[in-house]
Ligand binder design. Structure first.
Ligand SMILES: Cc1cc2nc3c(=O)[nH]c(=O)nc-3n(C[C@H](O)[C@H](O)[C@H](O)COP(=O)(O)OP(=O)(O)OC[C@H]3O[C@@H](n4cnc5c(N)ncnc54)[C@H](O)[C@@H]3O)c2cc1C
Length: 385
């Protein structure tokens, strides 16, 4: 397609998921449009993130495998795109208590990344920190964007998706994070986990990224003499305001914001032992809604059309197993969502998987497609009848 407002690919949502998707798609197509309701990229959860990249420790399981694979991928990706703000200087993981230390030690033979003992903890060279705005801007500098443009409706007509009765596209990719109103499928279950991170000015020159009960970034020299910028994140809250994901001020009150800030400084102090805690100045507070699936795995790929799938396979209601490839899909509609509290670790890897599946038919791992949510939901339908 070439006419104004007609594209081969439109991505809604310019957080790290949408920006990574746009970046990989643009290698195959020059007809890509990235849309966001905000005035710039990285204004949603992505703008609120730390954003720390840290390994997941534990015994082997599918989730840990996914995080380790994604962490390796994203680390080399952020280096390859030459992100200036990507500080791959390691993260020191500190056990919370003796029990936690024993757990750490028991994971020794399952570590996916090299580490050495440092202070009270374990230093993993793979750990890093990235500036969300810088990376989202860098990934999309050559991408056609339509900002300050909220999508209220998506309709399919003659194999073309029409957005707000105005923008047309052959393929639509929804990367809208915690705002899932455009997706009408009932099985698609994403919950908002709100949280806060703060940036502080301190005279303490913190020499590593740390993670214990919160993450603390390595100190970066500020514009003020003898003062450093340090990021501390993050808190977690679930509120009943999923209906209005754009404004959580009724739930996330000033009191909670102030309590969260104090809590983060206290948790950071427990790690770095500030020389003078009273000397700390908070110079930035960011709040955002992480998009989490109930099983914490992300959700990537084509959406299943539940109505058509039930029409074609009525026995789905009895729990009959139907292979994912046999189910009816909503043609040319894709999602990258549910990246939870690890969006900067997962998104580049997942976006690449999605683009390779769209362009080169690469199969996406069933653990991360919408299929698992559909299966669970389909089984419940009989009980509810
Ligand atoms: C406080 C906090 C700290 C965090 N710390 C870390 C960390 O240290 N490391 C890490 O990896 N992750 C961290 N995360 C998680 C990370 O920020 C998220 O996983 C990631 O940003 C999600 O990216 P996203 O693109 O899916 O969603 P978002 O960044 O929320 O982007 C979705 C975009 O879609 C747009 N949108 C939605 N609906 C519409 C519509 N109808 N029309 C137009 N635009 C629309 C929104 O405006 C938004 O810009 C943190 C999150 C929070 C809140």
């Amino acid at each position: 397609m070439s006419k104004e407002n007609e594209f081969d690919y439109v991505i809604v949502g310019a957080g790290i998921a949408g920006c990574s998707t746009a970046y990989f798609l643009s290698k195959y197509s020059n007809s890509v449009l990235l849309i966001d309701k905000n005035e710039n990229v990285a204004f949603g959860a992505s703008g609120a993130a730390g954003a720390f990249l840290s390994p997941l420790l534990g015994k082997p399981n599918n989730f840990k495998d996914l995080i380790s694979k994604s962490l390796k991928f994203s680390t080399s990706f952020y280096k390859e795109v030459n992100s200036k703000s990507f500080l791959n200087e390691g993260v020191c993981r500190i056990p919370k208590n003796n029990e936690d230390r024993k757990k750490f030690e028991s994971y020794e033979s399952y570590m996916d990344f090299d580490y050495k003992v440092l202070d009270d903890g374990y230093l993993f060279d793979i750990g890093s920190w990235i500036n969300p705005n810088e990376i989202c801007n860098l990934l999309t500098e050559k991408i056609n964007k339509k900002l300050k443009y909220k999508i209220d409706s998506i309709v399919k007509k003659d194999d073309i998706w029409i957005l707000n009765n105005e923008v047309k596209t052959k393929n639509l990719i929804l990367c809208t994070g915690a705002n899932t109103k455009l997706i009408e499928e009932k099985y698609f279950d994403i919950r908002a986990v709100w949280g806060q991170k703060i940036d502080i000015l301190t005279s303490d020159c913190i020499s590593f990224n740390y993670h214990k009960e919160c993450s603390v970034s390595k100190a970066v020299k500020s514009q003020f003499q003898d003062l450093y910028n340090v990021s501390i994140g993050a808190t977690h809250h679930r509120f009943e305001c999923n209906e209005n994901i754009d404004d959580c001020s009724n739930c996330y009150t000033e009191d909670i914001i102030n309590e969260d800030s104090k809590k983060l400084i206290k948790l950071a102090d427990d790690i770095v032992h500030f020389n003078n805690i009273d000397d700390i100045k908070i110079n930035n507070i960011k709040i955002g809604a992480r998009a989490s699936s109930p099983d914490y795995f992300p959700i990537i790929g084509s959406l299943i059309d539940s109505r058509k799938s039930f029409e074609r396979f009525p026995h789905l209601i009895n729990g009959t197993h139907i292979k994912e490839s046999m189910l009816e899909k909503i043609e040319n509609l894709y999602v990258v969502n549910g990246v939870g509290g690890r969006g900067f670790v997962l998104s580049p890897y997942l976006a690449n998987e999605l683009v390779e599946s769209i362009i080169n038919n690469k199969k996406i791992d069933e653990n991360i497609t919408p299929y698992r949510q559909f299966k669970r939901w389909a089984k419940k339908q009989k009980k509810q009848k």
